[in-house]
Design a protein. Structure first.
Length: 259
């Protein structure tokens, strides 16, 4: 009923706009694109641009974000992420983190993984059982929920970011990783490819071997490629999103004016 009567729809990516048009039968001109952004996120410098050995204790101690922090949590976050494959987001089935476990089992030489985010339901326990079954439990850290101040540390210290989701509407984590100049590998789904760009190493979200290969491709990217990624991510700003929102509202208003 809402799809039939709504004057306009607003969505964050072209892929979700296409899905709304296809599955709800909404005319394309009624669906307006207002992208998300990530310029709210300020990254920390990475010790090594290629991510192969990102950071050491001396470098971390000198970083401004560490100043005045005395709790054990920041140190734990830094240690957990250092040199690891980072998966950021809720632990839930659509995030497809099981694929990363299978990739670790397929390629025993890959870096260990850290899953950073709150679990939904009992999915963390399910992933823990799978990791034990695959013989990779010692190579996986379940970090749990993290604070805003810890996010930059995670991206600065990791070897690479892996986003294996089966379903996404946008993919802010992809932009955050690129802004941090962290190597990135993504599932080849419409929203992530749209946001991260076609040059980002990608994989079938159902293929562990291809996931492992894409991770290796990400790890091999040089500083120039990572800098280009950062410039790509810089195009997504909240100012631009606000302008797109205003333009869309004006278009809706104009379409409803009486002749």
């Amino acid at each position: 009923e809402a799809a039939r009567t709504a004057q306009a729809f607003f969505t964050v990516s072209a892929s979700t706009r296409a899905a709304i048009v296809e599955h709800l039968g909404v005319p394309a001109e009624r669906v307006h694109l207002v992208p998300n952004a990530a310029d709210h996120f300020t990254p920390l410098p990475r010790a090594h641009p290629n991510g192969t050995r990102p950071g050491d204790p001396a470098t971390n101690a000198a970083r401004p974000a560490d100043a005045g922090e005395s709790s054990a949590r920041p140190a734990r976050t830094t240690e957990a992420a250092r040199g690891a494959l980072l998966c950021v987001g809720h632990l839930e089935p659509r995030k497809n983190l099981a694929l990363v476990l299978h990739a670790l089992a397929h390629d025993r030489e890959l870096p260990r993984a850290v899953f950073a985010g709150a679990a939904k339901g009992d999915h963390a326990e399910e992933l823990d059982r799978l990791a034990r079954t695959l013989g990779v439990r010692e190579r996986v850290t379940f970090l749990g929920p993290f604070g805003e101040g810890e996010l930059a540390r995670l991206y600065a210290e990791c070897a690479a970011v892996v986003l294996p989701s089966r379903v996404e509407g946008f993919g802010i984590a992809a932009l955050e990783a690129q802004r941090a100049r962290a190597p990135l590998a993504i599932a080849r789904i419409p929203a992530l490819v749209e946001v991260a760009g076609a040059s980002t190493p990608s994989f079938d979200p159902g293929d562990a071997a291809e996931c492992a290969r894409a991770i290796r491709a990400a790890l091999s990217r040089d500083a120039k490629a990572l800098e280009l990624d950062a410039r790509h991510a810089a195009r997504f700003t909240w100012d631009a999103s606000a302008h797109a929102w205003c333009d869309a509202l004006c278009a809706v208003h104009a379409s409803n004016r009486l002749p």
